[in-house]
Design a protein around this ligand. Structure first.
Ligand code: ACO
Length: 354
């Protein structure tokens, strides 16, 4: 018996479709390649929320509402930041998000989407002994995040690259974190509780925790010449190569290519090494597991792109959440509108009663 729920249909959704054999991802009818080229974070959120939220399908109105909510949520920072002492960045985000109350789902959806970059940026500054920078309600979500974190206006090319990333990871079928969010939503626990459940699932290294270790891997390899031996050592030791393999895709994850294209203009100093490591890893994985196609997943070029945007590797999972919260919140609203309590069954294999 498989315990990974492979192939089980647990929900119907209009939000996104993953075709693992063809290597295609469609977000509400838009191929991810087109969505990433044409939309920013607020645009994809408005698209995902269409039919579920009063501001769905209205990107300009949603942009205003998210901007105002960034400003409002910043009022919580003085009380929250000291409580994050000793936590990792993703744990700090988990703590701060869970401080928000569950109430009206529509208002909470805007607040929780707005809160993620405000909390991440303020926490980055807090650990450096710096005060938070107030949100700018009129700025774009991605650009305002970079400004709140660094203290200076974001380079438009970096803000655009970050927007591309946020759109690319905004939704992806019933992945583990979205499933977690939908289970909690199915109990009617509320938007914030459901999103926090999503974040908890995202944190794991088999899901959204992989991109930081991708950069660690590139650092450990150091040069293209060293890649084959390093990779062979990992596989022989039974360890997994981060940024490769996927439950659904049997070909290259289409998001990997979107992000590889987006990272090119940023002139990452690591790009040549990354391409050579990718090549060596794919050859080694094909030889190691000829029965199991293991291709590049989204996390490999996520690491390159977020690094080139100037973000520290410890922030990669929180920034994944900054994009995926668009999808989580949409799934929560869809679950509440269309779903029933999720309550699967287990097969008892323990001792029988005496
Ligand atoms: N490196 C080496 N071997 C691998 C890898 C990898 N990256 N991925 C899978 N395998 C091997 C497994 O060890 C397993 O071997 P076994 O049958 O001898 O135990 C076999 O391939 C099948 O793997 P499964 O665990 O059945 O595949 P599953 O669908 O459960 O795993 C997963 C998918 C978790 C993504 C896996 O490929 C992995 O761990 N990758 C590395 C971590 C990673 O990049 N995570 C990010 C995924 S993308 C995302 O979540 C946004």
């Amino acid at each position: 018996m498989t315990t990974g729920l492979d192939g089980i249909i647990a929900a119907e959704t209009v939000l996104s479709h993953v075709d693992g054999a063809a290597g295609e991802l469609v977000l509400r009818g838009l191929p991810v390649e087109r969505a990433a080229q044409t939309l920013d974070f607020e645009g994809i959120t408005a698209l995902l929320w269409q039919g579920f939220h009063p501001l769905g399908g209205r990107p300009d109105a949603l942009r205003d509402a998210i901007g105002r909510a960034r400003v409002a949520v910043a009022a919580h920072l003085p009380a929250l930041l000291p409580a994050t002492a000793g936590l990792s960045d993703v744990e700090a985000l988990r703590l701060m998000l869970s401080s928000l109350p569950d109430g009206d789902a529509a208002a909470d959806a805007v607040r929780v989407v707005a809160a993620v970059p405000v909390f991440i940026a303020a926490r980055v500054r807090h650990v450096q002994g710096l005060a938070p920078i107030a949100p700018d309600a009129g700025a774009g979500h991605a650009a305002d995040f970079l400004r709140m974190m660094t203290g200076h206006a974001a380079d438009p090319a970096l803000a655009r690259a970050l927007d591309t990333y946020l759109v690319t990871v905004s939704d992806h079928g019933l992945n583990a974190s979205t499933f977690a969010a939908r289970i909690v939503a199915s109990t009617r626990a509320g938007m914030v509780s459901s999103v926090v459940a999503g974040l908890c699932a995202l944190k794991g290294p088999l899901h959204g925790g992989a991109p930081g270790p991708v950069l660690d891997m590139l650092d450990a390899i150091g040069s293209a010449d060293a890649a084959p031996a390093w990779i062979a050592g990992e596989l022989t030791a039974g360890r997994r190569l981060m940024g490769f393999g996927h439950r659904i895709y049997r070909v290259r994850d289409p998001r990997a290519e979107v992000l590889k294209v987006a990272v090119r203009p940023l002139r990452s100093p690591r790009i040549d090494l990354a391409e050579q490591v990718e090549h060596a890893a794919l050859s080694a994985l094909a030889a190691h597991r000829p029965d199991r196609p293991l291709e590049t997943n989204v996390e490999f070029y996520t690491a390159l792109l977020l690094d080139a945007v100037g973000l520290h590797r410890d922030l990669f999972t929180p920034i994944f959440a900054m994009g995926r919260v668009a999808g989580w919140s949409a799934h929560v609203m869809e679950q509440e509108a269309t779903g029933r309590l999720m309550r699967p069954a287990s097969r008892y294999v323990g001792p029988v009663a005496a």
